[in-house]
Design a protein around this ligand. Structure first.
Ligand code: PMP
Length: 440
């Protein structure tokens, strides 16, 4: 009998006992190849001795200091490192304990930015229907996973959703990327105008969509057009890179591949690589200068913001990523992994799409390859794939996307950046087996 409130108490979980590199071992000694890094968290893999040592050293020195009394070397050094890895101007960090907290913080930052500029009526947010921004109520309000939101209506915040870069576009023939991106930007423009441009605080989007629809990269040119719409209306652009940031797509920030700089970016998962709970909000000087000059301070805080042990762990993660050239490694391994996936699964009768960037890929499943029709949601294919994968010793992250009435099952893969080519081959083989078992 468990005394934990589990996600699904009817499905007993194995007990994770230890881990090393890309492998997790359960209490019965069964080994699992971690092809999703949890949920795109473990970028350095498990049991990294240098991160453990950094945590231990910080604990030996000091476990905690409240940010109303102190700053710490770990937090200052981490902020400096993130500034150095970011485009000019995007140089200020606010450290929190999770992705949802980072998103909440970014929303409050955007609100206060407008209040301090004398535009308190700018309180509305626009986001996209295909999106996940976290599970706290404000993050859920702007999130576009309608099933997750349904239980909690009415949500706390007013939110407005526009069309995403559609994950199921491969099922349709036609429209060029250029026209498509122009149409989506025009929809955002109209939405902002209809709401009243002087009432909108920010537009929020995941640069590469993660969990809700399975690693959907933006259409080329999309974000440049979006940036232009936001600028025209004085609306801040917040990019949520909780899942896609910190090197996961082959550049430190995923937005670097889009030729734009956002006003605020949220980071989390890969930042602590699972060693400590940590998230960050990176804000542009344009925003921070207003916050510091307006009411004099950012009116926000949690007890554990800037936790020194979490910052020390994230700093060690950054040091290792940089020293070992792991972002560059992701950029090199990405196309190899894509090749393997396409080679093994590209012609599979139940694979409709293979998409992603860096070490952030999804395989989308269809009932019938000729029509690209999805499987019936009642089949719960994602649960079947997860179970079949676990039986062959593979951890992957299957999900079911629903956007504008269209549905689809995908399997998200986000292995640690230290994964070897041989392990990528094994991941591909085991996934093939799991898919074959699950679709039977
Ligand atoms: N934003 C994005 C894009 C995410 O993928 C997630 C987590 N899946 C979150 C926010 C929320 O992060 P957390 O679970 O750490 O609160």
């Amino acid at each position: 009998m468990t005394h934990i409130v589990h996600r699904n108490p009817h499905v007993p979980l194995p007990v994770a006992a230890s881990g090393s590199g890309c492998t997790i071992i359960d209490s019965h000694g069964r080994r699992y190849l971690d092809a999703s890094g949890g949920a795109a968290v473990s970028c350095l893999g498990h049991g990294h001795p240098e991160v453990r040592a950094a945590i231990s050293a910080q604990l030996d020195a000091l476990e905690y200091a409240h940010t109303s009394f102190f700053t710490t070397e770990a937090a200052e050094a981490l902020a400096e490192t993130l500034a150095a890895r970011s485009p000019a101007g995007l140089g200020h960090s606010y450290f929190v304990s999770s992705g949802s907290e980072a998103v909440e913080t970014s929303l409050k930052m955007a609100r206060q930015y407008h209040v301090d500029r004398g535009e308190p009526q700018r309180h509305r947010f626009v986001s996209r229907r295909q999106s996940y921004h976290g599970n706290t109520l404000a993050a859920l309000s702007i999130g576009g996973n309608m099933a997750r939101r349904a239980l909690y209506q009415p949500l706390l915040m007013e939110s407005h959703h526009v069309s995403p870069c559609f994950p199921f576009r491969y099922r349709e023939a036609g429209e060029s990327d250029e026209r498509y991106a122009t149409r989506l930007a025009a929809e955002l423009d109209q939405t902002i105008v209809q709401l009243g441009a002087d009432t909108v605080a920010a537009f929020v989007a995941e640069t590469v969509v993660g969990a809700t629809a399975g690693t959907v990269p933006p259409v080329p040119g999309y974000f440049r057009k979006i940036r232009e719409v936001c600028d025209r209306h004085g609306v801040l652009l917040i990019l949520d890179e909780v899942m896609s940031g910190v090197g996961r797509t082959g550049t430190f920030h995923a937005f670097e591949q889009e030729g734009i700089v956002p006003d605020i970016v949220t980071l989390a998962k890969g930042l602590g690589s699972g060693y400590q709970p940590i998230g960050a909000v990176l804000a542009h000087r344009k925003v921070v200068d207003v916050l510091h000059q307006g009411t004099g301070a950012f009116q926000h805080g949690h007890t554990y913001v800037g936790h020194p042990v979490a910052c020390a762990a994230a700093l060690a993660v950054q040091r290792i990523i940089q020293r070992d050239g792991l972002v560059e490694r992701v950029a090199t391994l990405g196309p190899r992994f894509e090749q393997m996936l396409r080679g093994a699964l590209g012609d599979h009768p139940h694979v409709g799409d293979i998409r992603g960037r860096g070490l952030f890929w999804s395989v989308e499943l269809v009932a019938d390859r000729a029509s690209n029709q999805p499987f019936a949601p009642s089949l719960k294919l994602n649960a079947r794939i997860k179970a079949a994968a676990e039986r062959v010793g593979l951890l992957c992250y299957p999900g079911a996307g629903t956007v504008d009435g269209a549905v689809g099952d995908h399997v998200l893969l986000a292995p640690p950046y230290i994964v070897t080519e041989a392990e990528l081959e094994t991941i591909t083989d085991l996934l093939h087996q799991a898919i074959d078992t699950a679709v039977q």
